[in-house]
Write a protein of this length. Structure first.
Length: 367
């Protein structure tokens, strides 16, 4: 194997592919990136057996095609530290990868290409295409609500609910729920629901932008594969049954108020400074035209804030984990937020005034 490539052509795909590679690995070869050189392209592959990412780029010159696996992090750190516009020359010498650039020379260890696992092409029965911006919006609007290391393993990921002309993303950790739906030109004979694991969601969204270029999703029984631009992303699916999220959405709340989103977020952030560090609870006291936000902690410290709201109904007091409310206010794009409550023991429904494509449910706390 012998080829030359510019630093910039290598760095972006390498940075994304190296993100998939875990630092602590059960198999040594999983710390490596697979570099496959053909006359017309260079493919970089990283995997942790759950998620696989292939990035493609073009070499400036290929003298000898071939393949090699080298330590992903070390190669990326070397590329980052070289000057801009550097030209890199790779050769394979006596089982080691030698990288030369200007007056620099690096020799990297390699592991056999045959040991590098690849996620086999599973039988895929459905292929559909979405604009990148649509999928990015769905993930950005809901990803914060995914569980982390929950024993209910099916919550440690995101549900993609694909129906004819509708794509929906759902995430919940049992205390809060985020649902976002977008219409899309997809033809589905039968609706499909798939749970993409947390790491797959995090890595996939790094490949997306707000553009209208398509991302092609290939759905298999155990994997989902996404093609976009020069990247092919594959993730195993979580084998489990996602909860019936539509049952959780509260209906018929009669206390609806509208607040300025940025102002409410600042008030909650300030109040949270003196909330109990463990439970992060704040009390909301809703009255006509005003929302009072209060917090206290075991050191007998207290915070109290008032914010003007559009509301004309009965008074209500309810407690929440303040972090859950702030997370919602961080992802809503509108200037105002609508919150629907029924009583102090029922979940709150947060959404843009008049609806919008996303809704959020937050369970109350007893304070």
């Amino acid at each position: 194997m012998k080829f030359s490539i510019s630093r910039e052509a290598l760095l972006r795909p390498l940075a994304l592919v190296a993100g998939v590679v875990e630092r602590r690995q059960t198999l040594p070869v999983l710390s490596n990136v697979l570099i496959q050189v053909d006359p017309d392209q260079v493919a970089l592959t990283g995997t942790d057996l759950e998620v696989e990412l292939i990035g493609r780029t073009v070499a400036s010159q290929v003298d000898e095609p071939g393949a090699v696996t080298v330590p992903a992090r070390k190669l990326m750190d070397i590329c980052k530290s070289l000057p801009d516009q550097s030209e890199l020359h790779f050769t394979l010498e006596e089982g080691r990868a030698v990288l030369r650039s200007g007056r620099s020379r690096f020799t990297l260890s390699t592991l056999p290409v045959a040991e590098f696992p690849n996620i086999e092409d599973a039988q895929s029965d459905i292929e559909l295409s979405l604009p990148r911006g649509t999928l990015k919006h769905l993930i950005d609007a809901t990803a914060f609500a995914m569980a982390q290391q929950d024993v209910r393993y099916y919550l440690n990921g995101m549900l993609l609910d694909l129906q004819s002309n509708l794509v929906r993303a759902v995430a919940t950790d049992g205390h809060r729920l985020a649902v976002c739906s977008r219409s899309a030109e997809v033809a589905m004979e039968t609706p499909r629901k798939l749970i993409v694991p947390r790491k797959g969601v995090v890595e996939l969204v790094r490949l997306l932008d707000d553009g209208d270029e398509p991302v092609t999703l290939t759905l298999g029984s155990t994997h989902v594969r996404a093609h976009t631009g020069d990247f092919t992303f594959t993730s195993k699916l979580v084998d489990g049954k996602f909860p019936d999220y539509e049952r959780v959405v509260p209906r018929g709340g009669d206390k609806v108020f509208i607040a300025d989103r940025a102002e409410l977020r600042q008030v909650l952030s300030r109040t949270s400074i003196l909330s109990n560090e463990k439970y992060r609870g704040v009390r909301l006291h809703l009255a006509e035209g005003n929302l009072q936000v209060m917090a206290n902690n075991p050191e007998q410290e207290e915070a109290e804030e008032n914010v003007a709201v559009e509301y004309g109904g009965d008074a209500l007091e309810i407690g929440f984990n303040v972090g859950y409310l702030i997370d919602v206010l961080n992802v809503v794009a509108e200037d105002r937020i609508q919150m629907t409550l029924s009583d102090s023991n029922s979940s709150a429904l947060l959404e843009e005034p008049g609806g919008g494509d996303a809704l959020y449910v937050v369970m109350p706390m007893r304070l």
